[in-house]
Design a protein around this ligand. Structure first.
Ligand SMILES: *Cc1c(COP(=O)(O)O)cnc(C)c1O
Length: 364
């Protein structure tokens, strides 16, 4: 099989040592394994800045969306109403989840390249006192826009709402303090910035809020409360857990520490992203999101000219060792390049050299 690096928003390129952890088979009933789960839960809490008296971690089988669905299904009762703030496909997916479950919700959406407006949200919250919860995506992976969670957090506190954040593609790559931001549920998954392999998602949850979720769930598998109750006893998952993925994730957490924690990882990602945008900008590729709203995670680029053939470009770059990501916008032609995972400045420089060659440009 051809070896290439993934410049996508996950699954990502991971280290050999993370992958090697999956060479052993582990028993879900055994204390060694349950201790791995407990260690992961404690470490995630620490990374999120959560005090163990106030917050807890719940791991949930499945991809990231499963964890989002578990939160929506468990945290929002039939008496509640949720305000869903959207400016991209992942926010829209939360709307879809709400429709499937039959939740009372209001969607507030803005254009994909814009921030939600503080005054507009304020007036929604003033007018609709039925709203009990607010949910939003932090880094909208659709475009790479980094949404202002600080502003939403402020409103959420002011109006005393329960605050849910899909930080799937940003947690581990950027500092997010659940206590400071009064986040009640922070959701992410194994195969994003912690640099593990796919198989489970996780939720950092306010213990007080989670306890109040008992009996809310409309389904067995997506019951976050029940999952927590079982896991919190001694680290045993309800139902079969993705043992290989969990072991790899524990190793990925160690490697995050060895790198220097979230600040060091953030600096590496930010540097990757800066070089990528600068060099591609010179080659005529312009980013869809303006600099001040751009995340250090993934960038959406507009096609450089009418005649640009993405499939041809994709194959050319893939043959030279890098896999890119197609765009997800309907109104403009775009593609995406992620810069998270086991990706360093040299990789980005090599990629830019390849693209420069493709574009037939010789000047740097
Ligand atoms: C990756 C991602 C998800 C989850 O996607 P899955 O394919 O279910 O893992 C959710 N929200 C955002 C913002 C993401 O980047």
């Amino acid at each position: 099989m051809n070896q290439y690096k993934l410049l996508t928003p996950g699954p990502l390129t991971t280290t050999s040592s993370v992958k090697e952890e999956m060479l052993s088979d582990r028993c879900t009933w055994d204390n060694d394994y349950k201790n791995i789960t407990q260690k992961i839960r404690a470490k995630l809490l620490e990374l999120a800045g959560g005090d163990r008296k106030e917050y807890t971690t719940v791991l949930m089988q499945g991809s990231g969306t499963f964890a989002v669905e578990a939160v929506m299904n468990s945290a929002i009762s039939n008496d509640d109403k949720v305000l869903i703030i959207t400016n991209g496909a992942y926010g829209e997916r939360i709307v879809k989840i709400a429709k499937y479950i039959g939740l009372a919700f209001k969607e507030y959406s803005v254009a994909y390249d814009e921030y939600p407006n503080e005054e507009e949200i304020r007036s929604i919250l003033k007018e609709d006192s039925d709203i009990t919860h607010i949910v939003m995506v932090h880094c909208e992976t659709t475009t790479g826009i980094l949404n202002p969670i600080g502003m939403i957090s402020k409103l959420s506190k002011e109006f005393r709402k329960t605050f849910i954040v899909d930080a799937m593609s940003s947690f581990g790559g950027m500092e997010i303090d659940v206590h400071e931001l009064s986040i009640d549920y922070l959701i992410s998954s194994a195969n994003k910035c912690i640099q593990g392999v796919p198989g489970f998602g996780f939720v950092i949850a306010s213990i007080e809020k989670l306890i109040a979720c008992e009996g809310n769930s409309r389904s067995l598998s997506f019951d976050l409360y029940d999952q927590w109750k079982e896991m919190n006893t001694d680290g045993k998952w309800r139902f079969t857990s993705p043992t290989h993925t969990v072991a790899a994730f524990a190793k990925a957490l160690d490697e995050l520490d060895e790198e220097g924690g979230i600040p060091a990882r953030f600096a590496r990602y930010q540097n990757n992203n800066r070089i990528l945008r600068e060099r591609l900008g010179k080659l005529g590729f312009h980013a869809y999101i303006t600099d001040e709203k751009q995340s250090p995670i993934i960038t959406t680029f507009l096609f450089p000219k009418e005649s640009f053939q993405f499939e041809d470009f994709y194959d050319y770059v893939k043959d030279r060792g890098f896999v890119l990501y197609p765009g997800k916008l309907t109104d403009v032609n775009t593609f995406r390049i992620g810069n998270i995972g086991e990706i360093y400045e040299e990789d980005i420089q090599t990629l830019c050299n390849v693209i420069e060659k493709y574009m037939g440009v010789t000047v740097k």
